[in-house]
Structures are given as structure tokens and as C-alpha cells.
Design a protein around this ligand. Structure first.
Ligand code: AMP
Length: 500
């Protein structure tokens, strides 16, 4: 649950009675700020530009008024496979969760919803499209597959919602989005939700939205005071040992662990399992069934550890997550804020623990600059590093520090535009161009029982990056996304001056 509440009541929003009942069933007592602001604007029928990220209650912010509008007005031209509302999301998980919300809030209405995404058999989706559908939640690629197969007709769409539009652009969906826009009726209501507001989002919203209302909540570069943040300085090769120790020693029941790569996620999950800690990796190379199962087991408490990459974790809504671990720090400081925002929700306290190797110190500094907080360094007195550690598997080089990021205000170093080759030092495609680490790097403690962190004293001081990675070839969308600079904060003009 989002942290903020507002003085506005649900009763004052004039939502239909079946929606009010569903809201009460969900246990919501007051609208969140994004709901309080967005719901009246959407109900009034206008376009909307909203700056809100996961955890703010944004999904109900658009789902509730959309259900109200669709329920209030019967379909002009009902028919099978002709949705009246289209919600586009960047990831399968987010699509599934949004449709879940549609079902939750719409449970006392007779509107039909459907979710579709790639990576699963298309035939059940085709079958569902033979019946009427009011609200379709989809990822762009699979949606276009259906359009190509003529199993879906977008000519009846009255309301379009782009959810997490910034991530959609980061993930290279702009062409797909443009193709989809061209298939929609010209006259429709458009809602665009984005956590950040880059030049690309501005261009998209300028072309898409007509005199939109504007809502912005929860600036992203702040961390919740309810999350206790700590850093453990530890050599990369000791991290999995330390993590196993922390989980066992503290009896952690639910930990979301972030790794930088899919291979890293797999390796870590295997290591934890070998240590007797049930864990699963969740990332784009896993089948949808495996991802859904892992998430369900993690949520119901049967599997205490979920290891995820940033992309896979996108849109995961797990209430009251007590522990988030950064097994590696993200390259992009804003992703740290995103990651640790998974804990400390619903007014409950959470802990974000970062395992930081000396090579990551510059990333740590960048994060601390962004959140304007010095994160306490903690040593774990109870942790005794193993004396024999098997040779470390090579890991991919990080993009060189400082070259992939763009400033909040300048046009330099932005993510590549459509059709433009990514430049500079980006993360390598997984399994590609891996270089062994510098064997001379002082990562191994001289005395294994020495510093609890496993780092020699010299390695605990900030040092500049040791080498420059070679330029990398073009990347997959996923790898490109992981290395992608985050766009600037929302700072659009007020709605009144946004006339077109
Ligand atoms: P979202 O930002 O849409 O991903 O929502 C984050 C979480 O907030 C979800 O678990 C919702 O169930 C919950 N939530 C949404 N609106 C409210 C509300 N008004 N009161 C309490 N919890 C809410």
C-alpha cells in the first residue's frame, strides 16, 4: 500500500456503487494522492498525463474511473474481440497485475477483461477473443501479433492507457506503440502514466494527448523513511556466502534479491539452494509458467528468496516485503530507488541491504548523491568467510562509470532514439564478451578470519574504476534496457498551459 494518504474520501469521488463495494472489500479507506487527483480528471473524460510510479496506487487511479465510465455507457458497437479500453504495459508481470486489479475493482460489474502477453501459447488468447471483451491489458508485441492474425479489432477502443510509458520506451517499444496508435480510432480518451519524463516521453505525450490534465506524485529520487538502508562492504566472491549467512542467521522469511544479470540471478539461486535456502531466479529467459510459479511461491511464503533482474522485477507488486538485497548495485542510481521502493510499503518497516564490492564504490557514491543520504556501512560480526572459495566465475564488465548516464536537464547522453544505435559503454549482452576480473585486484582477504567483510583495508577506500571495458556490440533490448540511463524527472508545464 502506498505510504501517503489524502484528506479526499472515496465517497467524494462519485464512483459507482459496485466500485465502492469493491474498494471496501479491498480494505482501502482513503484514496492515495494519485487516485484523489487522477480519478476526477479521468471521470471528466479528459486526457491525462500522470507522473507516478509503482507503489503509489496508480493502477486503481486509472482502473477505477475507467470501469466507472465503461459501466455508465453501453458499448456503441459491441462485438467479439473488440475491446473498448486498451491498457498497454511494458512487461508480462505488470500486464498480469493490472488485469488482476481490473478484476478486483470490477468484480461487481459485468465488464469483461482479458490479459495478453508473449511467451505463452497464443491459442487460448485467440479463443478468448472470440467473446466480447471490454478491457484488454496487453504487452505491445503480442498485441500486434493478434492484429496481424486478425484475431483482434482495435477500432472500438474508446480509452487508451499507456502504463509505465517510460519503461516501454526504454525497452524499445516505441515502434510498436506507434503502430498500435495508428490502429486506434482518432476520437478517444488517452491516459499516459510514467515514472519519469524524458524528452522521448514528452514527444510521445505531445503527439498523443489532447490538452491533458496533469498529475504528479511521489518523486522518484527519494527513498522512504520507513526503509532502513545499510551497506555491507564485501568482496564479490564472498557475497553469496554472506547472503546465505544473513538469511539463515536472521531467519529472513521473504527476501527479494537483485542481481545485475540473468546469469548472475541463476547462479545465485543455485548457490542459495545448495546452501539449503529455497530460492528461484526470475528473469526474461524463464518461461512465463516458471515466472508465475516462482512469484506465487514467493508471495505465499513457501519460497523465501526470489532473485530478480531489474527488468523482471518491474511491476512486481508484493505487499509489505520485509527485505530487499542488492547483490550488486545497479549501474543507474535511480534504479536503486526503484529497487528499495519494494519494501517499506503499507506503513510497515523494511530493510534494504546492499552488498558492495570495492569495484562498486563509485556506484555507491552516485546513489548516495542522488538520495542525499550517506548509507551506513555495517559489518557482520557473526560472519566468518569460508577459507576455501572455488575460483570465481568470470563476470561481465560493467559499463564504464559516468559514460552512460545523462543529466536531468541536458540533451546529452540520452537513451538512443528510435532506430539509433546505442553508443558508448553499455552492459554486454548476457554471456557475451565476458572478461575475467583482474586477478591482481585485492579482493581476497589475506587473513580469512580478518576483516569480516572479506575486503582488505585498502579495498575499503573509494578507488576509481580499474579498467575501461571495450566498446560493446549492439545489445538485446533487455540488456540495453538494463544499461539504459534513466530519464529526467517530471517537470512539465501545468495543465492549463498545455493547450495544443
Ligand atoms: P500500484 O501503485 O497501483 O502498483 O499499487 C500499489 C499497492 O497499493 C497495491 O497493492 C494496491 O492494492 C494498493 N492500493 C492502491 N490503492 C490503495 C488505497 N487507496 N489504499 C490502500 N492501498 C491501496
Amino acid at each position: 500500500m502506498p505510504n501517503n494518504i489524502t484528506p479526499v474520501t472515496f465517497a467524494s469521488l462519485n464512483l459507482a456503487e459496485p466500485l465502492m463495494r469493491a474498494i471496501a472489500d479491498a480494505g482501502y479507506t482513503q484514496p492515495t494522492p494519485v487516485q484523489a487527483q487522477a480519478i476526477p480528471l479521468v471521470l471528466a473524460g479528459g486526457d491525462l498525463l500522470a507522473g507516478a510510479q509503482t507503489g503509489t496506487g496508480k493502477t486503481a487511479g486509472f482502473t477505477l474511473p475507467v470501469l466507472h465510465l465503461l459501466n455508465a455507457k453501453p458499448a456503441a458497437n459491441p462485438g467479439a474481440g473488440r475491446p473498448r479500453c486498451l491498457i498497454l504495459t511494458p512487461t508480462r508481470e505488470l500486464a498480469a497485475q493490472v488485469e488482476e486489479s481490473v478484476k478486483t475493482y470490477g468484480k461487481y460489474l459485468s465488464l469483461k477483461s482479458l490479459v495478453m502477453f508473449g511467451g505463452v501459447n497464443i491459442n487460448p488468447q485467440i479463443k478468448s477473443l472470440r467473446s466480447p471483451v471490454d478491457i484488454l491489458v496487453a504487452t505491445p508485441g503480442r498485441l500486434l501479433d493478434h492484429v496481424g492474425q486478425k484475431t483482434l479489432d482495435l477500432s472500438a477502443v474508446e480509452i487508451l492507457i499507456l502504463d509505465e510509458a517510460d519503461r516501454m520506451l526504454d525497452m524499445g517499444f516505441i515502434r510498436d506503440i506507434k503502430k498500435i496508435l495508428a490502429l486506434l480510432p482518432k476520437k478517444r480518451q488517452n491516459l499516459l502514466f510514467s515514472a519519469t519524463f524524458s524528452e522521448e516521453i514528452k514527444t510521445l505525450s505531445d503527439g498523443l494527448l489532447n490538452n491533458p490534465g496533469f498529475v504528479e506524485v511521489a518523486r522518484r529520487n527519494t527513498t522512504s523513511e520507513l526503509v532502513s538502508q545499510t551497506v555491507h562492504m564485501v568482496a564479490q566472491k564472498l557475497k553469496s556466502h554472506l547472503l546465505s549467512h544473513l538469511i539463515k542467521h536472521n531467519d529472513w522469511k521473504q527476501v527479494l534479491v537483485f542481481t545485475r544479470t540473468k546469469h548472475g540471478a541463476n547462479r545465485l539461486a543455485e548457490k542459495l539452494n545448495a546452501d539449503g535456502i529455497p530460492a528461484a531466479a526470475i528473469h526474461g529467459n524463464k518461461s512465463q509458467a516458471a515466472r508465475t510459479k516462482a512469484l506465487a511461491q514467493f508471495k505465499d511464503g513457501t519460497m523465501p528468496v526470489l532473485v530478480a533482474t531489474d527488468i523482471a522485477a518491474r511491476g512486481l507488486d508484493i505487499d509489505m516485503l520485509p527485505h530487499v538485497v542488492n547483490f550488486e548495485l545497479p549501474n543507474v542510481p535511480e534504479d536503486y530507488v526503484h529497487r528499495i521502493g519494494r519494501t517499506g510499503r503499507a506503513g510497515s518497516n523494511g530493510a534494504a541491504i546492499s552488498l558492495v564490492d570495492s569495484e562498486e564504490l563509485q556506484h555507491l557514491k552516485d546513489i548516495e548523491r542522488l538520495i542525499k543520504t550517506q548509507i551506513p556501512r555495517i559489518s557482520i560480526d557473526s560472519f566468518v568467510p569460508p577459507t576455501h572459495i572455488p575460483a570465481e566465475a568470470p563476470r561481465p564488465p560493467r559499463p564504464q562509470h559516468g559514460q552512460k548516464r545523462h543529466s536531468n536537464t541536458t540533451a546529452g547522453n540520452r537513451p538512443p532514439r528510435e532506430g539509433q544505435a546505442p553508443t558508448g559503454n553499455r552492459a554486454p549482452r548476457e554471456g557475451q564478451a565476458q572478461r575475467p576480473r583482474n586477478p591482481n585486484a585485492p579482493q581476497q582477504p589475506r587473513d580469512p578470519r580478518g576483516p569480516q567483510t572479506g575486503l582488505p583495508r585498502s579495498a575499503q577506500k573509494p578507488r576509481p574504476p580499474q579498467s575501461t571495458p571495450k566498446p560493446q556490440p549492439l545489445l538485446s533490448e533487455a540488456a540495453r534496457h538494463q544499461a539504459m540511463p534513466q530519464p529526467a524527472l517530471f517537470s512539465p508545464r501545468p495543465a492549463a498551459r498545455r493547450g495544443k
